[in-house]
Design a binder for this molecule. Structure first.
Ligand code: NDP
Length: 292
């Protein structure tokens, strides 16, 4: 069965739209988000466009703040200070990747965790790990929500996460080991130095693959009935007008009949990530409203 992230994300957007509509009808102001982008990476520009459109559809006021590729780290940090202080901004994010001369770590450290709608700053990561109220990293949160909405339990399950990035793999593992109903899994976190990845995967009830390499997860690595969540977004050249197509990290065609559930690319985790961003923005807004 397909884990239809596009559909679930549209249900979440409808829920958010209704909630924000009620807030505004009751005389409240709409939540607001700023998206900072540096340079002209085509993939980043598409992601930013999609995020802003998704915000507008649910009633979140969104604005883009664009810098040229050669902006200095200092100028970007100053912009973050401005957004941290700006009372009209509930949340913001800095689209990654950044040019090499800018430290993503320094940028993440500067963002006020209460406005960090990507859930990537150290305070949010730490709070999530400790099981404290936090803004969660958007992609793992979206994956957890996708599993929940398909009634796929994680409690007592063996979950293999492939990839240990700070934005997907590590926070995903962290959510799944939490002592709650959406966690309680036994998690193995794999990476390029993991020996016998195939044998590890064959033990799994659920595999979450986030490596950025097409066909990393193949048919022989997956037990019949396993759940596969494919996070990867890879461009593969083809004969289409665009000259490429998108695919994930799993061999979807070979796996789709072997798995009990599998998420497609596109249309799986990607839309869920954007839905989580919208949820996180509303969460940041509510936090600020209760502090006003
Ligand atoms: P990174 O490049 O930061 O990390 C990749 C991870 O995968 C690393 O930990 C690396 O190991 C591991 N890895 C790479 N190749 C293998 C392999 N053959 N076997 C085992 N482990 C491997 O990637 P991200 O986490 O940022 O992104 C992963 C993919 O997910 C990308 O395609 C990205 O575009 C996509 N993505 C999709 C999102 C969505 O919303 N759908 C959101 C974010 C990312 P090591 O640490 O040892 O190098």
């Amino acid at each position: 069965m397909i884990l239809d992230g596009r559909h679930i994300a549209s249900v979440i957007r409808e829920e958010l739209s209704q909630e924000i509509g009620r807030i505004v009808a009751d005389g409240g102001r709409a939540p607001s988000l700023a998206v900072v982008i540096v340079g002209h990476n085509p993939a980043s520009e598409t992601y930013v466009r999609n995020k802003i459109r998704a915000c507008e559809e649910v009633g979140i006021q969104a604005q883009k703040i664009a810098f040229d590729e050669d902006v200095t780290e200092d100028v970007l940090l100053q912009q973050i200070d401005i957004l941290n202080q700006d009372p009209s901004i509930d949340g913001f994010l800095v689209q990654l990747p950044l040019p090499e001369h800018i430290s993503e770590q320094k940028i993440a450290e500067r963002i006020d965790y209460r406005k960090d709608v990507d859930g990537l700053c150290p305070e949010n990561v730490g709070r999530t790990m400790l099981g404290m109220p936090s803004i969660m990293s958007a992609t793992p949160k979206g994956i957890r929500e996708l599993l929940k909405r398909y009634d796929i339990p994680t409690e007592g399950k063996r979950v293999v996460v492939i990839g240990r990035s700070n934005i997907v793999g590590k926070p995903m593992a962290m959510l799944l080991i939490q002592k709650n109903l959406l966690g309680n899994a036994t998690v193995t976190l794999c990476h390029t130095k993991t020996p016998n990845l195939k044998e590890v995967c064959l033990e799994a009830d659920i595999i979450i693959v986030a490596v950025g390499q097409p066909c990393t997860l193949t048919e022989d690595m997956v037990r019949t009935g396993c759940v596969v969540v494919d996070v990867g977004i890879n461009r593969v050249n083809d004969q289409s007008d665009k000259g490429y197509r998108l695919c994930g990290d799993a061999d979807f065609e070979k796996l789709k009949d072997k798995c009990s559930y599998i998420s497609p690319v596109p249309g799986g985790v990607g839309p869920m990530t954007i839905a989580s961003l919208l949820q996180n923005t509303l969460q940041a807004y509510k936090f600020r409203i209760t502090k006003d």
